[in-house]
Design a protein around this ligand. Structure first.
Ligand code: PLP
Length: 384
């Protein structure tokens, strides 16, 4: 199989699987227990916390483990706004992941004022739009670091500078940038930052929120005193230990792998552009996570392309994994100005560690043939 959907999820690194299997066999204690088998688990969790913190350039005490990237996003948004009840404004972008967009919609139903910053044809927000959206009542700005569908990177450090001048905290969803570009929370200057383990060859069902020391936040989940009182619920201990190991592997071989993956992605991009007439690249030419490639094949349905590729055991996506089961047109592709029929003809290929030079050769052999065949069928059945 050729897996080109690493933005949806990544295969668990063998070192992560080994570490988790060892942990599950050897450690069952509750990290809240004060006797040795509980303390041992707490120590292993703190080792993982140290690794996540180190990779993000922050202190261990600023990392809070959650049950997913989605939960970390919700925690950041609801937790921060609840901590400043005198402020009723939330500013975000039009191309956020549903974990943020749906939280924003929920805020609107509660009567908060939400601004969705528009993006240009490449998926970038305008800093002038941001300036005009901010008011003394704005309680939080949340703009994603890199987009999951088209890879566009937002100017987060500038967003922070503008918001902080007005004393407004900033959250960024770094789920799709972590591991693919440098993510240093201190250099970005953000107050809150989300990451998720399963996008960096770790397990599913575990994420983390960086909360800058001194930032005001309330718990999102109510219950016990886990995670220093900010995230209730017995921790996904094996998941957290696996997350730590995934970060360890990332720091060990991530940079080298990143260069290799970017080279493969560039070869794939060039090949598609050269060999498929009419293929249209969606996204920023430069300011983009290079392993994410989104192409429209005008005149075709993306789903037909996806299914034809799947018969060759080549797996791609028609957008974010979360919208795969609905007929809705991608809000990201709509926001960059694509007409619905062009958005519906778009597929995403996201590369990662599992890919090889040979994979790219195979895709560049199969994909042009599939597109040619589908186009000849749709020309024969113009209504279909
Ligand atoms: N944010 C972005 C940008 C994502 O791509 C994803 C996952 O697709 C999430 C948040 C949600 O992370 P999780 O799957 O851990 O809930």
């Amino acid at each position: 199989m050729i897996y080109l959907d690493h933005n949806a999820t990544t295969p668990v690194d063998p070192a992560v699987a080994d570490k988790m299997a060892w942990f599950l066999r050897e450690h069952f204690g509750n990290p809240s227990s004060l006797y040795p088998i509980g303390r041992a688990v707490k120590d292993l969790m703190n080792e993982a916390r140290e690794r996540v913190a180190g990779a993000l350039g922050v202190d261990r005490g600023e990392i809070f483990f959650t049950g997913s990237g989605t939960e970390a996003d919700n925690f950041a948004i609801f937790g921060t706004l609840e901590a400043s009840p005198d402020r009723n404004g939330f500013v975000t972008s039009a191309i956020e992941h549903p974990a943020v967009i749906e939280a924003a919609k929920a805020l609107e139903t509660k009567g908060l004022k939400v601004t969705y910053l528009p993006v240009d044809a490449y998926g970038q927000i305008s800093l002038d739009d941001l300036r005009s959206a901010l008011t003394p009542k704005t309680g939080l700005v949340s703009v994603m670091h890199a987009n999951n569908e088209i890879g566009t990177i937002q100017p987060i450090a500038e967003v922070v500078r503008i918001a902080h001048e007005r004393d407004i905290p900033v959250h960024t969803d770094a789920v799709q940038s972590f591991g693919k570009i440098d993510v240093d929370a201190r250099k970005l200057g953000v107050d809150l930052l989300t990451v998720s383990a399963h996008k960096i060859y770790g397990p599913k069902g575990v994420g983390a929120l960086y909360v800058r020391r001194g930032a005001s936040i309330r718990p999102f989940l109510r219950g016990g005193r886990q995670e220093r009182g900010l995230r209730a619920g017995t921790e996904n201990t094996a998941g957290i230990v696996g997350f730590g190991e995934a970060v360890h592997v990332l720091q060990d071989k991530g940079r080298q792998e990143r260069a290799r993956i970017e080279r493969l992605a560039e070869a794939l991009k060039r090949g598609v552009e050269e060999r498929i007439p009419g293929a249209r690249f969606n996204g920023h030419p430069e300011n983009r996570v290079k392993s994410t490639l989104n192409f429209a094949f005008p005149g075709l349905e993306a789903e037909a392309v996806l299914l034809a590729l799947a018969t060759k055991e080549i797996y791609v996506s028609t957008g974010s994994a979360c919208s795969e089961e609905s007929d809705e047109v991608s809000h990201v592709l709509t926001a960059i100005g694509l007409r619905p029929e062009i958005a519906r003809s778009s597929i995403r290929m996201s590369l990662g560690r599992s890919n090889t030079d040979e994979d790219i050769d195979v895709v560049l052999r199969e994909l042009p043939e599939i597109i040619r065949r589908l186009k000849s069928i749709s020309a024969f059945h113009p209504e279909g």
